[in-house]
Design a protein around this ligand. Structure first.
Ligand code: ADP
Ligand code: ZN
Ligand code: ZN
Length: 815
């Protein structure tokens, strides 16, 4: 019988393809290895899923041999490969696309080897694949040797002078300046005046900065209890499998006594991170590797620093800012088993951690764990799955656990660990005051969203030389532009959403008279802003921007509907808040942190300045809520708590609540008591009332009951079929067909699956495409999956070509 391999190729199809394994490759072709294979007259890079000796199910004459083997050692370890296959099945995602999430770049040496075999003729795919490694950069550095005077001339003398003045330089840079640099360097090196050496290009800063090792503090009682329970679970793990193979059928076999998945529910500052660090230590001591997932690694350099201080070079840091070479170096260090701990955002889920024994998900409630494009997976849910299948322990941590995780605790799937108090004995939770905007008018700034109590609290904070954070989850200057005559809202031409006015041009906070704060628009700061300001009073140079597509354009002269010139800027965004605050508190140093000012590095710079006390008031969006330890912040103002609560989404209350608790948690750490002002027109709203009372369990209890009543997760399971098309009728037709398919399926007819829609999506048009959706809801996962399988077949074989449709299992964004 022939040796056959099932190979997944990067095409949007869910099945694998069968190839024959030539005798010469029989040793190396193993599951997880990449191979080159012929596919419709092209050569594609595929991944072997399985190899077996069997008679083919199809005509043996049609089975082609594999063309070449790319990886000497499988790029995907068995544990990871089987997890990826399960993930693909769970989300109805094409296996080829799922594998791509985990595959490393190709090393140049591998490419060279294939070229030598003559295998690369006509391989489009590989040419486009990212290639890394094998590239070294030459550096020249001056030595201590002194030349005999007068023996050097021309470019050699100039190059040496430059190196002596500026120190080591890449040879390539010298060549840009001196046409003859190579010759000159050769001459200098022969005389021992310059040393040349070849190195890998410089590495990511996370890599380079050596962190001083810290001394672990003694755990408090609650931490010790939590750490001990996690440690007991680690101790109960079977020894690491020699070949990294997964357990055949996890779930069926009896597990060692005690739970292996936990929810670590600890208030902000309660010392969850210290518990994670201990758990990792215990995991490493048992010969296993650990994986840590955090929401947004660019915003949490301090957190990463704490891990590095404990584990040094045992830690691979994965983040989106890495160069391809650095990413590959991180991947290779894990894959080879040299490094056993990985930390990163969502995509770290696919890190090839050796002998995986522990997965930690910090801030498990965070929305960024859900990928919203391509393969729409949820990294927290999948962390539980991967850990379970690998026989590893999983710990989800949060101060505001997701309703899903709380439900898992109730169903006995997660064991709860609590840290009820802040770790520093002196640090108490901040005092929260609700400011009812219906009762309090505007303060001296004139803006109704800077109420008198908020204004006074800011004054007090500044007087005490302490810092404040103002949170507003709207970017830009004014969230909408409205016609003063007919009320028409200016919307994006490609999307059915309001355009936001950005005044743009960052400027330094105004300083006392005399200091010039950037020329032009910024200098003529606006008069204290009323709720809606006439455009004519605005400085020129602003832009309208769509926050959903990349549209950016000038302010129109007139209303598109009635031609009136009276366009009003409505609402308050962070840009305008910053300007108004700077105006009202001219002596304060005001800065802003949102996506408009903060690229990857910029946010760290702003936060570092905040930590150093060079900013008095920091205005910002969600970005200010992510776990930064800012000890001198004693006031947190939530400018408009209602903004998040009105979204057409069953999770709006949960998200609003989490945001409020997290942002409030920024106030008062260490020895300074903190104060939080929450401005709202809705003080009775449960999300606001429970947040103000620091009553997280109370909110969770109530929210779970509410979900049960309205039949939303976790009481039920959802899948959203998202359809879009340039042509509205085509999109609507496709959605109707999908809904009909679900309704007439046996599950639909038996009402085991409820079909809602088709309907227009809340954002009915996006980037020029009309959007529709069909929502499936079921009490049990089984019937939902059967209905989805029918829809998946329809999408593959029978959908109008002008429409796109994707299945979003366990959707997070409902927009
Ligand atoms: P969380 O992750 O729950 O928000 P952290 O782990 O950041 O909390 O802890 C908050 C602060 O308390 C940090 O400054 C940390 O160093 C400190 N801390 C944590 N555990 C202890 C402990 N057992 N003894 C003293 N300080 C601690
Ligand atoms: Zn108008
Ligand atoms: Zn748009």
């Amino acid at each position: 019988m022939p040796l056959l391999a099932d190979v997944a190729v990067p095409v949007p199809l869910s099945q694998a393809f069968t190839y024959e394994v030539p005798a010469a490759l029989a040793d190396g072709v193993r599951p997880g290895a990449r191979v080159l294979c012929d596919f419709h007259r092209r050569k594609l890079l595929g991944v072997v899923l399985a190899v077996s000796e069997r008679s083919a199910a199809i005509d043996p004459a049609k089975i082609k041999p594999l063309a070449a083997l790319v990886d000497a050692r499988p790029a995907l370890p068995a544990e990871l490969l089987s997890f990826l296959q399960e993930l693909a099945a769970y989300y109805f995602a094409p296996i080829g696309e799922v594998l791509r999430l985990a595959l490393p770049a190709i090393e140049r040496e591998q490419v060279r080897a294939l070229k030598a075999q003559g295998e690369l003729d006509g391989v489009l795919d590989l040419a486009r694949a990212k290639q890394v490694g094998g590239r070294k950069v030459a550096f020249a550095r001056p030595t201590d040797v002194i030349e005999e005077p007068g023996t050097l001339r021309g470019q050699a003398a100039a190059v040496l002078a430059l190196l002596r003045a500026g120190g080591e330089q890449p040879v390539a840079r010298l060549e840009e300046r001196f046409g003859n640099a190579r010759n000159a360097l050769k001459k200098l090196a022969e005389r021992g005046l310059v040393a040349l050496d070849e190195r890998e290009p410089p590495r990511d800063p996370f890599f380079r900065l050596a962190e001083e090792r810290d001394v672990p503090p003694e755990l408090n009682e609650a931490q010790a209890e939590a750490a001990a329970r996690i440690d007991a679970a680690l101790a109960a793990l079977p020894p690491p499998p020699a070949d990294g193979a997964p357990r055949p059928h996890a779930g069926d076999e009896p597990r060692a006594a005690g739970p292996s998945a936990f929810l670590l529910f600890g208030v902000t500052g309660s010392g969850k991170t210290e518990v994670y660090l201990r758990a990792i230590k215990g995991c490493l001591e048992r010969g296993r590797g650990a994986l840590v997932m955090v929401p947004e690694i660019a915003l949490t350099p301090q957190l990463v620093a704490r891990f590095r201080a404990r584990f040094g070079d045992e830690l691979a840091v994965l983040h989106s800012g890495l160069s391809d070479a650095d990413r590959h170096a991180m991947w290779a260090s894990l894959h080879s088993g040299r490094v056993r701990v990985a930390i990163g955002a969502r995509s770290a889920l696919f890190a090839p951690v050796p002998a995986l024994g522990l997965i930690l998900v910090d801030e498990e409630h965070d929305g960024s764990f859900k990928q919203e494009e391509g393969v729409r997976y949820h990294a927290r849910d999948m962390a539980l799955l991967r850990a379970h299948r690998a026989g590893a322990v999983c710990v989800l941590g949060s101060a505001t656990p997701s309703i899903e995780s709380v439900a898992l605790v109730r169903r006995g799937k997660l064991a709860e660990l609590r840290l009820p108090e802040r770790a520093h004995r002196e640090a108490s939770l901040p005092e929260v005051t609700l400011v009812d905007l219906r009762r309090f008018g505007p303060g001296p700034s004139g803006d109704p969203l800077i109420s008198l109590p908020l204004h006074r609290a800011l004054e007090k904070t500044l007087a005490a030389k302490e810092q404040a954070i103002l949170f507003l989850n709207r970017r830009g200057f004014a969230p909408s532009v409205v016609c003063g005559s007919c009320g028409t809202l200016t919307t994006c031409e490609a999307c059915s959403v309001a355009l936001t006015y950005h005044r743009g041009r960052r400027r330094d906070p105004p300083r006392p008279a005399g200091a010039v704060a950037g020329a032009g628009a910024g200098a003529g700061a606006p008069a204290p802003a009323p709720a809606a300001a006439e455009l004519d009073e605005r400085p020129q140079g602003g832009r309208l921007r769509c926050h959903y597509c990349d549209y950016m354009g000038p302010l129109p002269e007139r209303c598109a509907a009635c031609g009136s010139r009276s366009l009003l800027l409505e609402g308050l965004g962070t840009e305008r808040l910053e300007a108004t605050i700077a105006e009202s508190f001219p002596e304060a140093r005001v800065a802003r942190l949102d996506r408009d000012v903060a690229g990857k590095d910029r946010s760290q710079v702003i936060l570092a300045r905040m930590r150093e006390g060079k900013i008095d008031i920091l205005v910002g969006t969600q970005m200010v809520t992510k776990g930064h330890d800012l000890p001198n912040v004693t006031l947190v103002g939530v400018v408009n708590a209602d903004a998040a609560l009105g979204l057409p989404d069953f999770r709006a209350a949960e998200r609003g609540f989490q945001l409020l608790v997290q942002v409030a948690g920024r106030a008062g750490r260490r020895d300074r008591p903190g104060r939080v002002l929450i401005q709202t027109r809705n003080p009775e709203h449960p999300a606001i009332a429970f947040a103000a009372a620091h009553n997280v369990p109370g909110f969770l209890e109530r929210e779970i009951r509410d979900r049960e009543e309205v039949g939303y997760p976790p009481a039920t399971r959802l899948a959203l079929i998202r359809v879009d098309a340039v042509d509205e009728a085509v999109g609507r037709g496709a959605a109707a067909k999908i809904a009909a398919c679900a309704r007439t399926s046996p599950e639909g007819l038996a009402r085991r699956v409820e079909v809602l829609g088709p309907s227009a999506a809340p954002i009915a048009r996006l980037r020029g495409r009309y959007r529709f959706r069909v929502l499936l809801r079921a009490r049990e996962r089984g019937p939902l999956r059967i209905a989805l399988a029918a829809i998946a077949r329809l999408l593959r074989d029978d959908l109008d070509r002008g429409a796109r449709a994707i299945i979003d299992v366990d959707p997070v964004s409902m927009l």
